[in-house]
Every structure is written in structure tokens, then in C-alpha cells.
Design a protein around this ligand. Structure first.
Ligand code: 57M
Length: 359
């Protein structure tokens, strides 16, 4: 809205030109979302505490988590609200990518919201069944894919790091790939969200990295210089990433150990899916394996554990999966696991960004 209201005034005073710049609007999007979170989250914490919408008891989890019972969940609602208000203020609302990201947040946020509500209502609630959850996620991803590829004309070419001239157009197979990326990212973030700040920290790192990649992919000269895909209009995704980064930092303030609030499935499922969608939009979907490497490692630890458990009829590779539980059971204090996982996340993101100069 600020962009639409103030930029046209540059005809009267040149200073209003500043609202045209993605860099300027992104910087203010980060700050706006951050301060909105500082305002909204304490309000949500009070509301959820009054309503007793908090963590319920789980049958099978490390004893250290018993002290967390009652901690308000569904803080993801405040993250999404901060992002929405911020993008409405600083974004270019004529941009199709911006609205597609809104839709991604809403669809996956709704799935998570229903799941969270069921978990809170049932005493030792397990939430939606895995089948229903997956089904809803796949349908949502297909809707988003349809908009991206059919309505916005996003290319179905695959861009592989290190192979700049190898960009195969995989046509409708890209739909399958897209569903895999979005549903995979959504669930991987969900699995990672098991310790204070463990998911939101690396989410901030990932959105920060994609902020840069979106800006570069939307800038024809920079994209040509770096020999990455140029996607017209995708620069605006940097503003969305800025809002996500600011909202994640604001949430981390309250979710840092010892957490005053958890993001819930409404947060983890929607933010994970949004990360996957952004990766595809900016045509850096393969780099997601590195930028979101921590989520990949956590998801792989579950796949390895479950497969080995089934094959050997009861043996385990890790003390418990996802991986963070393994270190908890080894006796590492929670803050140590979290900070070390963040460090790994930063190293992976920097490695991913370094590939920009290696193509
Ligand atoms: C949700 N949710 C947290 C919170 C958060 C297939 C299987 C591997 C699935 C997996 C699973 O269900 N994972 C998804 C993980 C939960 O957090 C809530 O859920 C939201 C995210 N979805 O926002 O609302 C608990 O995590 C703790 N937490 C924090 N701080 C935070 O900032 O401390 C969360 C956020 C919270 C809180 O205690 O209540 C969760 O862990 O439940 N299942 C598992 O991860 C289970 N693993 C398992 O069974 N492994 C087996 C293999 C064979 C499948 C094995 O290794 O032997 C673990 N689930 C639980 N405890 N509850 C095991 C330990």
C-alpha cells in the first residue's frame, strides 16, 4: 500500500522515487515485520494462556520436555499475520508471485491450524491422520503449481548448479517435482520444530539467503552476470522474504530457550511450504538442499531410522529421531544442540551462496 500510495507521488517530488526500489522496501519490510512481531506475540501468548491452548502431554518424548507442557502453541498465526500486514504495506500488490506466496501461507497455514486445534482438543492428541495431512498438502501444492506454471508462466526448466548450459525442460513432470519440493520442505521443517528456536533460526537463515537470490534472479543484469536464470518480476519476492525474515527474528525473540511460545503446525507447515515455493519461483530449487540443509538432515534421519527399524525388526541407528532427539538423549543440553544446529545451517547457506560464483 505504501508503494502504491507514495511511489506515484514521485512526479511531484523526486524523493518519493525511493519507494520504487526493492532494496529499500525489503529493508523496511524486515524491520516492520520484526516490530509487528514484538507487538503481536506477547498479545497472542496472553490470549493462548487464557484459553489454555498449549502443549499437551506426549506419550513418548525425552523427559526434559515435561517442563514444556502448557507452553502456548500456534504462534505461527502471529508470524503469518506480521508477514501479511508487512507485505500489504511494502509489497507491489500487482505482482502475481506475491499473491501466490500469500496463498501458499494460507493453504498450508490452514492445514496446520486444523492439526493444532485437534491436538489441543484431544488430550494426548495426535492431530490429523498422516494420510489426510499428506492428501491436503498435495492438493494445495498442485493448486499453487497450477497458478505458477499455467497462469504466471513460470518456466518448467530445471536449473542445476555447476551445469549452467544444462537446463532441461521437464514439462509436466515439473509438477511432480514441485509437489515433492513443497510438501517435502513443509514436512521437513515440521520435523525440525522440536526444540526451542531450532526451526525458526534456520528458517530465518534460509529466507535471508533466498531474499538475496530473489533479488538477483529478478535483476536482468545481475542474473546475466552471475549466469543464473532471470525471472521477470521475481525481485518482488525479496520483499516477501524480507517480511518472513523479520517475522522469524521477531518470533525467535520469544521462542528462544526457554521458549514462551511454539509456532505450532500452523507455523511450521506454512513456513516450510513457503520456503519450497520460493525456491522454485527463483529457479534455485536444487540449492534448497543446501540452504535448507538442516531440514534435509533432520528428515533424512527419520527416513534412515524408520527404514532401519523396519528392516531389522526393532534396531535403531540413532537413539531417537529426528536427529535433535538423538543428541538430547546423549545428554547435550538443549541450548547447545540448538546453537550448534544453527551454526551448521549458516555454514550450509554460505556454501550454497558461494556456488553463485562457481557456475
Ligand atoms: C512434530 N513436534 C514436536 C510444537 C511445534 C514420523 C515421525 C518421525 C514424526 C515425528 C513428528 O510427529 N514430528 C512432527 C514435532 C512438538 O512441537 C509441537 O509441534 C509443532 C511443530 N509441528 O511448533 O507446537 C514438541 O516439540 C517440542 N518443541 C520445543 N520447542 C519448540 O520451539 O521444545 C517444539 C517447538 C513440543 C515440544 O516438546 O511439544 C514433537 O517433537 O512432538 N515424530 C517424532 O518426532 C517422534 N519421533 C519418533 O517417534 N521416533 C522414532 C521413529 C522410529 C519414528 C524413533 O526414533 O525411535 C518424537 N516425538 C516426540 N517426542 N513428541 C519422539 C520424541
Amino acid at each position: 500500500m505504501i508503494y502504491h500510495l507514495l511511489y506515484p507521488l514521485h512526479k511531484y517530488w523526486i524523493g518519493f522515487n525511493v519507494f520504487r526500489y526493492i532494496t529499500f522496501r525489503t529493508a523496511y519490510a524486515i524491520l516492520t515485520a520484526l516490530f509487528l512481531s514484538f507487538y503481536l506475540i506477547p498479545w497472542f501468548i496472553r490470549l493462548f494462556k487464557e484459553k489454555h491452548w498449549g502443549k499437551t502431554e506426549k506419550e513418548y518424548e525425552p523427559h526434559s520436555h515435561n517442563g514444556k507442557i502448557g507452553t502456548p502453541t500456534m504462534g505461527g498465526i502471529s508470524i503469518l499475520l506480521s508477514v501479511f500486514v508487512t507485505v500489504l504495506l511494502w509489497g507491489n500488490l500487482n505482482n502475481g508471485f506475491t499473491w501466490t506466496l500469500f496463498l501458499t501461507c494460507v493453504l498450508f497455514g490452514l492445514i496446520g491450524f486444523v492439526d493444532d486445534c485437534i491436538k489441543i482438543k484431544q488430550k494426548k492428541g495426535k492431530g490429523l491422520s498422516i494420510k489426510t495431512k499428506f492428501g491436503l498438502q498435495i492438493v494445495s501444492a498442485l493448486i499453487i503449481g497450477f497458478i505458477l506454471f499455467e497462469k504466471l508462466g513460470l518456466s518448467t526448466r530445471l536449473y542445476v548448479p555447476f551445469f549452467k548450459s544444462f537446463t532441461p525442460d521437464i514439462g509436466s513432470i515439473y509438477y511432480l517435482f514441485f509437489v515433492l519440493v513443497v510438501v517435502g520442505a513443509s514436512n521437513a521443517v515440521n520435523l525440525t520444530d522440536g526444540l526451542d528456536g531450532l526451526a525458526v533460526g534456520p528458517l530465518g537463515i534460509s529466507f535471508g539467503s533466498y531474499l538475496l537470490l530473489a533479488y538477483l534472479a529478478g535483476h536482468i543484469k545481475l542474473a546475466q552476470y552471475l549466469q543464473i536464470a532471470y525471472v521477470p518480476g521475481v525481485g518482488e519476492v525479496a520483499v516477501f522474504c524480507g517480511a518472513l525474515l523479520g517475522a522469524c527474528l521477531g518470533f525467535l525473540w520469544y521462542n528462544a530457550y526457554p521458549a514462551e511460545i511454539f509456532m505450532g503446525d500452523v507455523g511450521s507447515l506454512s513456513l516450510g511450504a513457503t520456503l519450497g515455493t520460493i525456491a522454485v519461483m527463483v529457479k534455485q530449487e536444487c540449492l534448497l538442499l543446501l540452504i535448507g540443509g538442516l531440514f534435509v538432515i533432520e528428515a533424512l534421519s527419520v527416513i534412515i531410522q524408520v527404514s532401519y527399524f523396519k528392516l531389522t525388526k526393532g534396531k535403531r541407528v540413532f537413539k531417537m529421531s529426528p536427529l535433535h532427539h538423538h543428541f538430547e538423549l546423549k545428554g547435550w543440553p538443549e541450548p547447545k544442540i540448538i546453537v550448534r544446529f544453527w551454526i551448521v545451517g549458516i555454514i550450509l547457506a554460505l556454501t550454497a551462496l558461494s556456488t553463485l560464483k562457481l557456475r
